[in-house]
Design a protein around this ligand. Structure first.
Ligand SMILES: NC(=O)c1ccc[n+]([C@@H]2O[C@H](COP(=O)([O-])OP(=O)(O)OC[C@H]3O[C@@H](n4cnc5c(N)ncnc54)[C@H](OP(=O)(O)O)[C@@H]3O)[C@@H](O)[C@H]2O)c1
Length: 226
């Protein structure tokens, strides 16, 4: 399958690398290919982009529009503050009728840690993206877990925990739930409902960051006990 991944951060790289390792054709999108490929390791990046790319050479790195146009399905993993700009660069035409797997969060670090939410309560980033790209089938998912857990749920408690999907298009949500299982091994996917249910999973982030601080690791998830 041809997959476009928008985002060169830890999430974009982790998803792109994993999906490419399953023999899918992956193009990772970024604003400026040269700047990104020269990016050194930093506080949020254990390794330089070049080191990551060396270990994941099958992934092609290209501008956002090329990654979006390449993908039969497109993963959106850019910073919440730049998400609409990144998707505008990707281009409506390149996203028309496609499933957009949106893993972004509207985190605002402008006042430091803990972050606040740039949008909440009566709206969400998932809804903003769906409104801006009405012909795209947006499915919000995976935003409630850290990048490494997204692609390896079994690393937490053997995988006995939950992830959510939110979106207006039932077929798109069903397809994404299938891909979450086939690509990454997610067994427990809860369909929350339409795209307005993105509000809840995005508003979970203030709790997520506090749990991370309290237990001193980002490698955890929630399990819905009945
Ligand atoms: N880190 C996690 O474990 C985790 C877990 C769940 C959800 N998320 C969410 O997933 C998304 C990606 O997170 P991340 O940690 O991988 O990286 P990030 O630092 O939040 O985002 C990096 C990406 O955002 C792009 N970007 C930033 N500002 C932009 C702008 N103004 N216009 C266009 N693109 C812009 C960067 O573009 P360039 O490529 O051009 O530099 C890069 O591709 C975020 O929304 C985050 O909240 C993260």
């Amino acid at each position: 399958m041809r997959v476009g991944v928008l985002g060169s951060g830890i999430v974009g790289r982790t998803i792109a690398g994993k999906v490419a390792s399953l023999d899918h054709e992956v193009v990772l999108g970024t604003r400026d290919v040269r700047l990104t490929t020269e990016r050194p390791a930093g506080p949020n990046d254990a390794e330089s982009f070049a080191d990551w790319h060396g270990a994941n050479a099958a992934v092609i790195v290209a501008p956002y529009a090329e990654a979006a146009s390449h993908g039969e399905i497109v993963v959106h993993a850019t910073n919440g503050a730049g998400a609409l700009e990144a998707l505008a660069r990707a281009g409506q035409d390149n996203l028309d009728d496609k499933i957009l797997v949106d893993v972004s969060n509207p985190l605002d670090f402008s006042a430091g840690f803990p972050p606040t939410l740039a949008v909440s309560n009566t709206d969400s980033l998932g809804e903003q993206i769906q409104r801006t790209f009405p012909r795209t089938r947006v499915v919000k998912t995976l935003n409630t877990v850290q990048a490494a857990v997204m692609v390896d749920p079994a690393s937490v408690g053997g995988g006995d925990h939950h992830v959510f999907v939110s979106g207006d298009d039932q077929g798109a949500k069903d397809r994404v739930a299938e891909l979450l299982r086939d690509w990454f091994g997610w067994r427990n996917v809860i369909d929350l409902g339409d795209i307005t249910t993105s509000r809840g999973v995005e508003m979970y982030l203030p709790l997520w960051v506090r749990v991370m601080s309290a237990i001193n690791t980002p490698v955890f998830n929630i399990k819905i006990a009945r």
